[in-house]
Design a protein around this ligand. Sequence first.
Ligand code: ADP
Length: 418
Amino acid sequence: MLLGCIADDFTGATDLANMLVGGGMRCIQTIGVPQGPAPDADAVVVALKSRTIAPQDAVAQSLAALAWLKTNGCRQLYFKYCSTFDSTPRGNIGPVIDALMQVLGTSFTIACPAFPENGRTIFRGYLYVGDVLLSESGMKDHPLTPMKDANLVRVLQAQTRHKVGLARYDTVASGTAALRERFAALQHDGCGIAVVDAVSNADLDTIGAACADMPLVTAGSGVALGLPANFRQAGQLAHAGEAARLPRIDGYAGIVSGSCSVATNAQVAEWKKTRPAFRIDVRSLAAGEAQVQAALDWARARIAREPVLVYATSSPEEVKAVQAELGAEHAGRIVEQALAALAQGMVELGARKLIVAGGETAGAVVNRLGIKVLRIGPQIDPGVPWTLSAGEPAIALALKSGNFGATDFFAKALEMLK
Ligand code: ADP
């Protein structure tokens, strides 16, 4: 294992893993901290759910992940957080960085959530989301981590014991050597963490190269663009070109969709034009009617002939109406559980290719199937790769959160496995 990664949420972990595979690293994602030896891979991403839990719990989980990664020989550690730096003055980004630095025995690291291709850029320490400052974006009203200050030096300084400095864009634009000099100067001034400006993929390459010798890198998924080149230059990365290869999977195909995002609504509508689909009625489900059994009977009659879609996906108005009747949390939970049971039912019918739409829905499905380890395969659409579960039976899984994927995502994803 060359690179060990700790991600503070599940879909963020997949995003990072997808990026590393794109850079030629064979990559595994684990759900939670595994036990035993690591599977054969160049990079392993441990997916935690630590973004908004109590800081001491986030630190404990992150250190457990670090201990496992170190035991399995990782040479560099990457702490992945959200590209909008989701956190509060209590944490969890700062406290986790502090703890990782202490255990790794390192006195300096970077902090860089930039992801220019997704509109996240940093200039003079200020984080932009598209054309507006973070503090003017939708993130200012986030229910759990409202981001009301776009200045990352200030935001991070409130969370960490280390002095936070800034490596400005002018320096990054001057190249790797200049950036390394800046890091040395900041360290000389007593800084432990440097927020680094980045507005383009070229900047991420420069930053990646400048971090080659750092025991710890902390960032969004963007900086991962620049890291594989370091290992390649050191002659450590032998598998370039085949990093995304997965063994061929035979079996039926099923799709379950619990996302109600704009993109998923369009994807379900597109599929339904020409292919079989079964709609879960949430009110009937809540009333205890045998919706799961009805959907499974429907799927059993078709799945051997063609891929089937079962969905709870609805328009925003329908979702609001159902939530008003049942409560948002209750509605969400019963739908997630029903779709997870359906995914399991499809696997029992012989499905070995599963597409799941919805971040929470994907979490529920993976839990129900008892999946702990995923090998990351080729990208379907930006941010969403095919993955293959470890264990028996091996299942190809495409876990698509919210607004990801083009309108023809479902058909396109299945086409790739032919
Ligand atoms: P996304 O990635 O788009 O946010 P998630 O799966 O994370 O999708 O979240 C969608 C939530 O909405 C889930 O909790 C799901 O169970 C719930 N849900 C799905 N369909 C409906 C519906 N028709 N009415 C109410 N809630 C629904």
